[in-house]
Write a protein that binds this ligand. Structure first.
Ligand SMILES: NC(=O)C1=CN([C@@H]2O[C@H](COP(=O)(O)OP(=O)(O)OC[C@H]3O[C@@H](n4cnc5c(N)ncnc54)[C@H](O)[C@@H]3O)[C@@H](O)[C@H]2O)C=CC1
Ligand SMILES: Nc1nc(=O)c2c([nH]1)NC[C@@H]1CN(c3ccc(C(=O)N[C@@H](CCC(=O)O)C(=O)O)cc3)CN21
Length: 297
């Protein structure tokens, strides 16, 4: 099963378009998520994913907002699930909860180490790698569409790109349906990755993940963490814009619109936007893609 395409999009063979939320921690942040969901509803994303942070509180928050986006806004929702801090039995229970809530897509991740820790430590009765989680989801929720993460610039912990690719292949062989990539700002990196995946026998869709930039410091911090390169041209634009939030958001949206246009022109199956619960950049990108003829008005 490929990622869920809305039926009319499938008929018209339009590329996939999906958005990613994170579960809000405050009332203000919750209002922002709701306003963004409302604003993006009319763009009919094929699915909306929602992240899963480390620890117990996120379990209920991810499920709460997954249900809200599904039931109140009609999105097909793909909750993330990570192995962090959970036993196998707990993971089975969460997968069943997703299933019982009508959620039929899951992003299967190992997960980041909790804040303040540098190494991932598996739960004593838990799972160590995402390929094991893919297998567990297949057992508990056989008809689920399963997404996994791919790293065009290599996962920071992997000793080499080749080893990382073999590990991606394990996730594919365990039964995943599609790959969403880690964010990147240089399309050549994506196209090279797709080619390497093809050589490794990976045939499922590879959906490029693009980050909606909202602040220079935030993007630098996050890119340092996941070892994503910021091209010199983008860095120069960010430096030039400094703390001018409007300028940063505009140049960021323009950058990913340009990326998205080229990705789609050259055959990417669609785009996945890391929107950070904000609608502005996504609207700019989607309107730009409509204007370029990739989506119907
Ligand atoms: N929450 C989100 O939206 C996203 C989170 N991430 C984060 O990225 C990190 C990695 O997650 P995943 O990609 O799901 O992890 P993963 O389990 O696929 O890979 C983690 C590391 O272990 C290696 N590895 C994988 N399977 C292995 C195996 N069977 N034997 C030996 N080594 C293996 C990989 O090469 C990689 O270096 C997490 O920190 C995850 O939360 C990544 C993308 C999206
Ligand atoms: N290793 C890893 N962990 C993740 O959770 C993750 C990825 N990679 N890659 C794909 C998406 C992108 N995600 C992101 C990307 C950026 C921020 C970020 O910049 N956060 C801001 C605060 C955002 C806000 O409130 O506006 C920060 O300053 O950390 C967070 C999650 C979550 N995902």
């Amino acid at each position: 099963m490929t990622p869920h395409l809305t039926p009319d999009r499938q008929l018209s063979k339009e590329p996939i378009f999906s958005i990613e939320f994170f579960p809000p921690k405050s009332e203000n942040a919750a209002q922002q998520l709701l306003a963004t969901a409302k604003e993006l509803q009319s763009y009919r994303p094929d699915f909306a994913s929602i992240t899963y942070g480390a620890g117990g509180s996120t379990r209920s928050r991810t499920l709460k907002y997954a249900k809200c986006l599904h039931e109140d806004f009609g999105f097909k929702v793909m909750p993330h699930l990570t192995c962090v801090g959970h036993s196998r039995d707990e993971l089975r229970e969460i997968i069943r909860e997703f299933k019982d809530s009508g959620l039929n897509q899951i992003m299967a991740l190992r997960g980041d180490p909790p804040q303040g820790e540098t190494d991932f430590k598996p739960h004593p009765d838990g799972l160590s790698y995402a390929n094991e989680l893919v297998r567990l989801i297949r057992e508990v929720h056989p008809d689920c569409s399963i997404g996994v993460a791919g790293y065009p610039e290599k996962h920071p912990e992997a000793v080499s790109s080749d080893v990382d690719l073999l590990n991606l292949k394990r996730k594919v062989d365990a039964g995943s349906d599609f790959i969403t990539t880690q964010l990147f700002f240089d399309n050549r990196i994506y196209f090279d990755f797709v080619e390497r995946c093809q050589h490794a026998g990976i045939q499922i869709p590879i959906l490029p993940g693009l980050l909606c930039i909202t602040s220079g410091d935030q993007v630098r911090r996050f890119c340092a963490l996941c070892e994503t390169d910021i091209p010199a041209e983008l860095e120069a634009q960010l430096a030039d814009a400094g703390d001018d939030k409007q300028k940063v958001e505009a140049l960021g949206a323009e950058w990913i619109l340009r990326q998205a246009r080229e990705l789609l022109e050259k055959g990417a199956p669609g785009i996945h936007l890391y929107i950070l619960n904000k609608s502005g950049p996504a609207v700019t990108v989607l309107n730009g893609l409509k204007k370029a003829g990739f989506y119907k008005a």
